[in-house]
Design a protein around this ligand. Structure first.
Ligand SMILES: NC(=O)c1ccc[n+]([C@@H]2O[C@H](COP(=O)([O-])OP(=O)(O)OC[C@H]3O[C@@H](n4cnc5c(N)ncnc54)[C@H](OP(=O)(O)O)[C@@H]3O)[C@@H](O)[C@H]2O)c1
Length: 214
């Protein structure tokens, strides 16, 4: 698969590393390709380019930028370069204000998630929330004694979600599809819950698992 990754930070690098490891081709999009010089040199199959060229390259696009600039990065990528494509949305709407007793603050409300804003602003892209509530060091084939952890996903387009489900399978996750874009109101705050253990106990390697009766 050809994957365009919008971002140059830890998440963009972790997911790029995973795609390359599993034989996919990656172009990372950034305002400054110099930032990715070392990463690209170390990862055969990964290249750095502008946001627009990364989005154009991808059959699948990954959004891995700071939540507050997600719309700007998507604008720079170009709506036309996202049309009809699955866009894996790993972002979180984290506000500038500091956490309170380890609880992050969001700039969104429980009545509208960041992904709903993105889906409304780019109606022809098929956003799928995923990889927002696990640390970047555990995104790719993490190993836990209790088995595969759960990746909660949501989005309006079933075909796009099927693509993400396949990626989750490769990356060592079981998928829990929570429904349409509004479910991001519940999935985005899982990041808050996940980070509490980090901020209060310095634990950064856990993951969520959904247990079923059967
Ligand atoms: N860190 C984690 O472990 C983790 C885990 C799960 C989810 N997340 C979420 O994943 C996203 C990425 O996190 P991160 O820690 O990898 O990186 P980050 O520091 O949150 O974001 C870095 C990216 O934001 C872009 N950016 C910053 N200002 C911009 C602007 N004005 N216009 C366009 N792009 C801009 C940067 O682009 P340039 O390359 O051009 O500088 C860079 O690619 C965040 O939404 C975060 O909440 C993080």
């Amino acid at each position: 698969m050809k994957v365009g990754i919008l971002g140059s930070g830890d998440v963009a690098k972790a997911l790029s590393g995973g795609f390359v490891k599993h034989g996919h081709q990656v172009v990372l999009g950034t305002r400054d390709t110099g930032k990715l010089k070392d990463f690209v040199a170390q990862h055969k199959g990964a290249q750095a380019a502008s946001f627009a060229d990364a989005a154009k390259f991808g059959e699948v696009v990954v959004l891995a930028v700071k939540g507050s600039v997600a719309v700007d990065a998507l604008k720079a990528a170009g709506a036309g370069n996202l049309t009809g494509k699955p866009v894996i949305d790993a972002t979180n709407p984290i506000a500038e204000a500091p956490p309170v007793n380890g609880v992050l603050r969001f700039f969104t409300s429980l009545d509208q998630s960041l992904m709903e804003r993105l889906q409304a602003a780019f109606p022809d892209a098929h956003f799928v929330k995923a990889y927002n509530s696990v640390g970047n060091t555990r995104m790719i084939n993490p190993e836990y004694k209790s088995g595969r952890p759960t990746m909660f996903i949501c989005g309006n387009d079933d075909k796009a979600k099927a693509v993400v489900r396949q990626i989750n399978d490769q990356f060592g996750w079981e998928t829990a599809d929570m429904g349409k874009v509004e479910a991001a109101r519940a999935i985005e705050p899982l990041c808050m819950l996940w980070c509490i253990l980090g901020f209060t106990k310095n634990e950064w390697t856990h993951a969520f698992k959904l247990l079923h009766k059967e």
